[in-house]
Design a protein around this ligand. Structure first.
Ligand code: MG
Length: 335
């Protein structure tokens, strides 16, 4: 016991576990977090329990100015929270979540993180600890079994497969062109997981509407949502969320690793815990005017299939993917 007390005393306050009680709609909910989690993280946990989307939550806490709890990037250890006091949440469950997506202001959030800093972030002990905790907390549910000998393709949704900011009578109008052809071709060599920074309800609804979940030509291995993400801190960019692939690798070590996984996302910062596995895809926006000219998924199909035979994908520089397929094509033509 003495040893445990000693180590608790030396560990920083930010790593300490916090148990908070949140009152909402006449009920009380218990949320467990740690000091280095952000307010944004807290809201996602509350969303998990209440289904009130983070952006619809207003948090109130005794003697604490509401603006502190309105800033998602504030760390909980920076707030005077006590487990004896209760937090109140005001917010309504959205049924019209599609409308909600479009209504909310667009976040301009793609920023470059330098290579050196990216390496620093993934190696920081505090971020590794967060990943560890997320691995314990978040269980990936398989919709279809992992397949022996296949690589893994992880896909973002918003602006990667779908233009979530435009409006249309039929969501199919906002789907990135060639999506089903792309998934069909990729499925030959890759298991496919879809990971979006929104709620599971929205991920299932959206993928269902696009016909991705019941397509006869390919199967989706798993869906992941915002609760699987972790919050990390960068010196130049402050606090932001990312998608750590280590969560998947830890849960299916016999199938997937940094060597056989590739992830497509329009936001580079989502790769910060695994920079060698991410490919930044050109965002698909303004679907109505760009639909006819967007061939990204056709070109990326070629890339995916041409690298599928490699032993270790993490040795590639995915930022030059378009020249890789060209070079390979030339080599083949000249052979
Ligand atoms: Mg996106």
């Amino acid at each position: 016991m003495a040893a445990a007390a000693g180590s608790a005393a030396t560990s920083s306050f930010s790593e300490e576990e916090l148990t908070l009680t949140v009152k909402w709609s006449g009920k009380e909910y218990t949320v467990r977090l740690c000091g280095d989690d952000s307010v944004g993280e807290l809201k996602r946990r509350i969303c998990q329990l209440t289904n009130v989307l983070p952006k619809r939550q207003k948090l109130l806490y005794p003697k604490l100015v509401a603006s502190k709890l309105a800033d998602d990037s504030v760390l909980l250890c920076q707030l005077p929270l006590k487990s004896s006091l209760k937090m109140t949440m005001i917010g309504t469950v959205e049924d019209e979540i599609i409308v909600d997506q479009v209504e909310s202001p667009e976040v301009v959030d793609d920023f470059e993180i330098g290579q050196d800093e990216a390496l620093h972030i993934k190696d920081r002990a505090v971020n590794k600890l967060k990943l560890r905790r997320r691995i314990d907390q978040y269980k990936i549910e398989l919709r279809n079994p992992c397949r022996e000998g296949k690589k893994l393709l992880v896909l973002d949704i918003d602006y990667t497969l779908f233009d979530h900011r435009s409006t249309a009578e039929n969501p199919l109008e906002l789907m990135r062109p060639y999506l089903h052809e792309f998934l069909t071709a990729a499925y030959v060599e890759y298991d496919i997981m879809i990971w979006s920074a929104t709620s599971m309800k929205w991920v299932e609804l959206k993928m269902g509407q696009l016909g991705v979940l019941d397509n006869p030509n390919y199967k989706i291995t798993a869906l992941l949502d915002h609760l699987a993400m972790i919050t990390v801190q960068s010196e130049s960019r402050g606090i932001f969320d990312c998608k750590p692939l280590g969560l998947i690798w830890a849960q299916f070590p016999e199938f997937y690793s940094s060597k056989n996984t590739i992830m497509f996302d329009d936001l580079r910062r989502n790769f910060v815990m695994n920079p060698q596995n991410g490919l930044t895809i050109k965002p698909f926006k303004k679907a109505h005017s760009n639909r006819d000219g967007d061939h990204e998924l056709v070109k990326l199909t070629r890339y995916l299939l041409s690298i599928a035979e490699l032993e270790d994908l993490s040795e590639l520089d995915h930022s030059s993917w378009s020249s890789f397929t060209e070079d390979n094509g030339k080599r083949r033509r000249h052979a």
